[in-house]
Design a protein around this ligand. Structure first.
Ligand code: ADP
Ligand code: 5GP
Length: 191
């Protein structure tokens, strides 16, 4: 019997909204989900691992892979920092019947949705306000004040894409957001 192809779950949001938190929670709590590990040219943060959080590479290597058409989608998410989904990471997992989770920026998310259509569920994770986003980025302690400023400026632009997603998940009370997303994901797997 042929394996039923897996589904795609795309999580996009301005940085600091809680995508990573939500994606980790789903991976820990639903069987059969796999994370799509992106490639990036940004520097590794402390605590991150190559091949687990991202495939870290130089800008030159990233650009040579773009030229070789190895990406399903890629974006220069912040000036000088490239991020992209490698084709090799996705199709094999879907064919094995695994459901693949993506943590990508808003434009990358919409590109993946357009490519996979009804096989994909695109979720926009939304923090209650820009000031809450700023507080979360500050308390995460991973970005400089300048980087936080860049992320906040971009957030306002990214928010304008929210209604192009299949679902907007409000991440205010984390426990509530977790419960909501668990049932949304299980439902989509079973449709
Ligand atoms: P993103 O991946 O969207 O950039 P993170 O998941 O890293 O965001 O979350 C940003 C920060 O906010 C982290 O320190 C995280 O622990 C915290 N956080 C996430 N969700 C909530 C929430 N609902 N309430 C308060 N803090 C949260
Ligand atoms: P961070 O530097 O905080 O890990 O990620 C910055 C932004 O890049 C986040 O919005 C994240 O979702 C996005 N991102 C991560 N991987 C990819 C990818 O493969 N493609 C695109 N388009 N964006 C990505």
């Amino acid at each position: 019997m042929q394996t039923k192809p897996g589904k795609l779950f795309i999580f996009s949001a301005p940085s600091g909204s809680g995508k990573t938190t939500i994606v980790k929670y789903l991976l820990e709590n639903i069987e059969g989900l796999t994370f799509s590990i992106s490639a990036t040219s940004r520097k590794m943060r402390s605590g991150e691992q190559n091949g687990k959080d991202y495939f870290f590479m130089s800008e030159d290597e990233f650009k040579s892979r773009i030229a070789k058409n190895e990406f399903l989608e890629w974006e220069e998410v912040y000036s000088g920092s490239f991020y992209g989904t490698l084709k090799s990471e996705v199709d094999e997992m879907l064919q094995q019947g695994k459901h693949v989770l993506f943590d990508v920026d808003v434009l990358g998310g919409l590109n993946i949705k357009q490519h996979y259509q009804d096989q994909a569920l695109a979720v926009f994770v939304k923090a209650p306000s820009i000031s809450v986003l700023q507080e979360r980025l500050q308390s995460r302690l991973t970005d400089s004040a300048e980087q936080i400023q860049k992320r906040i400026e971009k957030a306002e632009f990214e928010m304008t894409f929210a209604d192009k997603f299949d679902i907007i998940l409000i991440n205010d009370d984390l426990a509530k957001a977790r419960n909501e997303i668990i049932s949304i994901v299980l439902n989509f797997i079973n449709t």
